[in-house]
Write a protein that binds this ligand. Structure first.
Ligand SMILES: C[S@@+](CC[C@H](N)C(=O)[O-])C[C@H]1O[C@@H](n2cnc3c(N)ncnc32)[C@H](O)[C@@H]1O
Length: 199
């Protein structure tokens, strides 16, 4: 006789190695996932795929760019303007995406692009906080901080300013270094951080 699927269901068997890596980098385990979870900048929705048969968890994936093969899995949304009600999610995650992804918006030939980066990060934080439930948390990692090129410094400063803004607003968060790297040939270096915001 078969056991009921609840008894034999093991989430670790369902998650791809990529999904496991993402969850670990975010500082989480599969058991931390409960209720409605939003994955921002989800790419191929690896985490949602792993949780699709888990009854007590629903992972919703959004990305500003949705590849044709992912249209069933990923909603096309920009983090700066999320199409969800306030307090809709128990938890928000963003692996290798928010907020440093806005480096793509900096162009030294474009006047105003520096303030555009700053404002994009402000909107991203504001939207992520809006859609998570009170008491819920937002996990972003790894956040790449570097100063090898002007664009990297612009983004690093914009992240720092936005974290100062959150502090001024009384938002509770931690910003922890999780890794650092220096290329021995080019001497280029960067640090990786994990941001956890509590609403
Ligand atoms: C490095 S990929 C990470 C994908 C996936 N989370 C992973 O770890 O494999 C960064 C993702 O952020 C998405 N992205 C960039 N800007 C965004 C925005 N404004 N709103 C939502 N997603 C965005 C990109 O399209 C891309 O899929």
């Amino acid at each position: 006789m078969h056991e009921s699927s609840d008894n034999v269901f093991n989430i670790e068997d369902e998650l791809s190695s990529d999904a496991k890596y993402q969850i670990e980098t975010l500082g989480l385990t599969a058991n931390d996932f409960v209720g409605e979870v939003l994955d921002i900048g989800a790419g191929d929705a690896e985490i949602a795929k792993g949780f699709k048969n888990k009854k007590d968890v629903r992972v919703v994936s959004v990305d500003s760019v949705v590849e044709p093969e992912n249209t069933e899995l990923v909603l096309q949304q920009d983090v700066r303007n999320l199409q969800f009600k306030d307090n809709a999610f128990d938890m928000v995650i963003s692996h290798a995406s928010m907020p440093h992804i806005f480096i793509t918006e900096y162009d030294s030939d474009q006047p105003g692009s520096e303030s555009h980066v700053l404002e994009s990060i402000r909107q991203a934080f504001s939207e992520m906080i809006r859609i998570v439930k009170p008491g819920g948390k937002i996990y972003c990692a790894p956040i790449r901080i570097a100063h090898n090129y002007p664009a990297e410094t612009i983004v690093a400063n914009a992240i720092k300013k936005n974290l100062e803004l959150l502090r001024e607003q009384g938002v509770t968060f931690s910003f922890t270094k999780i890794d650092s790297y220096t290329d021995i040939n080019t001497q280029e270096s960067y640090e990786m951080y994990r941001l956890v915001i509590k609403k």
